[in-house]
Design a protein around this ligand. Sequence first.
Ligand SMILES: Cc1cc2nc3c(=O)[nH]c(=O)nc-3n(C[C@H](O)[C@H](O)[C@H](O)COP(=O)(O)O)c2cc1C
Length: 171
Amino acid sequence: MNFLELAEKRYSTRKFSDRPVEDEILQKLLEAGNMAPTAKNIQPQRIYVLKSKDAVAKMEELSPCVFGAKTVLLFAYDETEEWQNPLEEGIHAGVEDVSIVATHIMLAAADLGLGTCWCNYFPNSKAAEAFNLPEKERVVLFMPVGYPAEDDKPSPRHDKRKPLSETVKEL
Ligand SMILES: Cc1cc2nc3c(=O)[nH]c(=O)nc-3n(C[C@H](O)[C@H](O)[C@H](O)COP(=O)(O)O)c2cc1C
């Protein structure tokens, strides 16, 4: 499968099977994330692996979007480390950096036959509190990870892509 085929194959999984994610597979996903580019290679991302029943249950209390996954990754960044644009006040790269890391993981998971769903439907700061994250960290998203249930399928939204003519312009 080449990259474009992989990009086409990936979709948001919203029904996971009970099959746990093997430790070595999880390690591969985290390594794929670690290879992501970040601004000035500062790597301000912090990834929290929720695998215990208690930790996953805490996430389930915060959001309906765990979808039965037994493993959840919570993505944050350290705002004291993130790159600040010296040419434009208020522009900083933490959210971009974390998003690229999470995208690497999402696509690596699809490549290995796992499903994921990028989720931001949760109270970010309550999640930081629930998991006792350091004050200087900002939570961006969480991602249930696992093997899709047999009857899992893409949502109808998956195929609704705008034509490039609406999203791309040559200047
Ligand atoms: C920034 C962002 C936030 C999202 N938040 C959620 C979410 O909280 N819950 C959810 O079920 N899906 C969420 N999604 C998944 C999108 O709904 C999904 O990617 C989109 O509908 C396209 O479908 P596809 O991923 O199957 O191609 C999110 C995706 C992104 C990129």
